[in-house]
Design a protein around this ligand. Structure first.
Ligand SMILES: C[S@@+](CC[C@H](N)C(=O)[O-])C[C@H]1O[C@@H](n2cnc3c(N)ncnc32)[C@H](O)[C@@H]1O
Length: 279
């Protein structure tokens, strides 16, 4: 676990290709770096940019879509830290640091908030410093781990989070990387099983229900260029199953841009989002 600045470049610097021995494969596209490119970041490589651009050509709504997902993250954390009074966050599949990371949104409302970030891509670890810039009253930590290993995540996160108190588990735009063969519902119940009653799950993921042809082609182009990671597009029913045993808060599982939107949603991102409470 990293709880202070690790070696590596700050997120606004170019990729650390020349100064650090890359412990990651830059010849293949990777989810965190593709996503970084779509968000206008600079922590990506040629293979990521090519894959990201090919997907945009198939589905030009991707860029406004990923921004809509970050806006969902903001609204969900504002709800959780504000209305729901949660003070602990476990953000799994964090991605590279960008604007309004979970700790910034939560600690702006409740400075004592404690946040643990988790990702399995070493490039996120290399840039984790920006995720560890906590308020003095709160705490932040970073764990390099796979969502499919909830026992390891809980063990490491317990150094920062009190698992006898509610925790908001954030699974934003990660579950599409967990294929059916890996039992995505079991993965979620493993993570949800680690947190007490009164905890929350915030989840967003892509669907094949909305603009199916474009998203299917975009995902196929990405899958061809990514290594082990590949995208599984799911139906609303399958995604609703991820919330089994939990109580969805209003407005339920909805088209992502519509979740507690302050104004009329501006795009048709093919994704659903929801927040649920563990009874
Ligand atoms: C599309 S980004 C989403 C970033 C952020 N959650 C958001 O919604 O803005 C997906 C992230 O999930 C991470 N990821 C993919 N599969 C994972 C796994 N099995 N375990 C942990 N992280 C994973 C990727 O490395 C990437 O950083």
């Amino acid at each position: 676990m990293t709880s202070q600045a690790p070696a590596g470049e700050p997120p606004s610097d170019p990729p650390p290709a020349r100064n650090e021995p890359p412990s990651f494969d830059i010849s293949r596209a990777h989810p965190a770096r593709i996503y970084d490119y779509w968000l206008g970041g600079r922590d990506n490589y040629e293979a990521d940019r090519v894959a990201a651009e090919l997907a945009i050509q198939a589905d030009p709504a991707i860029v406004p879509g990923v921004r809509a997902n970050r806006a969902f993250l903001r609204r969900a954390v504002q709800y959780l830290a504000g209305e729901a009074g949660v003070r602990q966050f476990l953000d799994i599949g964090t991605g590279l640091p960008t604007a309004d990371n979970t700790h910034e949104v939560a600690q702006a409302i409740a400075p004592e908030s404690r946040i643990v970030y988790v990702d399995n891509d070493p490039i996120v670890l290399a840039h984790a410093r920006a995720l560890l810039d906590s308020t003095p009253q709160g705490a932040t930590a970073y764990i390099q781990a796979d969502v499919r290993d909830p026992a390891a995540i809980r063990r490491e996160a317990a150094r920062t989070l009190d698992f006898s108190q509610p925790v908001a588990v954030m699974l934003l735009m990660i579950m599409q990387y967990i294929p059916d063969a890996d039992g995505p519902r079991e993965v979620i119940s493993g993570v949800a099983g680690a947190v007490p009653a009164g905890s929350y799950l915030a989840l967003s993921t892509v669907t094949r229900d909305i603009v199916a042809d474009r998203i299917t082609e975009g995902a196929a182009r990405l899958n061809k260029r990514m290594g082990a990671a590949s995208i599984s597009l799911r139906t609303r029913e399958e995604i609703a199953g991820f919330f089994d045993g939990l109580d969805l808060v209003e407005p339920g599982l909805v088209h992502l841009p519509e979740w507690r939107a302050m104004s009329a949603p501006g795009n048709w991102m093919p994704a659903y989002a929801g927040v649920a409470r563990k009874p």
